[in-house]
Design a protein around this ligand. Structure first.
Ligand code: ZN
Length: 184
């Protein structure tokens, strides 16, 4: 039986690559939670992200986790105004280059076609390419780590005043609001 994706993962980040990094929650908390605990979970997440794959091998899962953590470290470095580690940049670029997914406009929505032979590699290539687009794009100075309790998740601050502090108003923003009003 497949699990309900929204119970397992937080899918509310606007940036695909950052949504992927959110598969670890409470990164700055006492007990970070890994949600990609096995290959089936990765398949589930990819499907929910519009990247349907038939099967994920243990090697595919390992590659995905490497990519995810490289994206997270690069994003956090940029958010802190630091230079990302070249090893992480190399991982990101290698995975982006290995993918053969083709973008397609379908029913007025952007979609991806993966090859039959290496769908997981292609899917990871899509995630890496999305990360490059954001981390190296014109809005890179709007990449931030969430200030929600224990969260530290990456997000792109698209607010007009560039003053957003939380990865999501519905989760972290609300938590902070609630704890403030409880303190009053
Ligand atoms: Zn957050």
């Amino acid at each position: 039986m497949t699990e309900d994706v929204r119970r397992v993962f937080r899918m509310d980040n606007e940036v695909l690559a950052f949504r992927f990094t959110a598969t670890v929650s409470d990164r700055a908390g006492r007990t970070p939670r890994e949600r990609l605990t096995d290959a089936a979970r990765l398949k589930l997440w990819l499907g929910a992200a519009g990247l349907d794959v038939t099967d994920v091998s243990p090697t595919g899962l390992k590659g995905a986790l490497e990519l995810r953590e490289a994206i997270y470290r690069i994003g956090s470095a940029i958010a802190a105004g630091e230079r990302p580690r070249s090893k992480d940049v190399h991982t990101l670029n290698t995975i982006a280059a290995a993918g053969h997914a083709k973008a397609a406009l379908e029913h007025e929505r952007a979609g991806w076609h993966l090859t039959k032979t290496t769908p997981v590699r292609d899917a990871l290539g899509v995630l890496a390419t999305d990360a490059i687009r954001i981390l190296g794009g014109p809005e890179r100075d709007r990449v931030k780590n969430c200030e929600g309790p224990g969260c530290a998740g990456l997000f792109l601050d698209t607010s007009r005043g560039a003053n957003r502090r939380w990865c999501s108003m519905n989760t972290c923003g609300n938590k902070v609001k609630k704890s403030r009003s409880a303190a009053r």
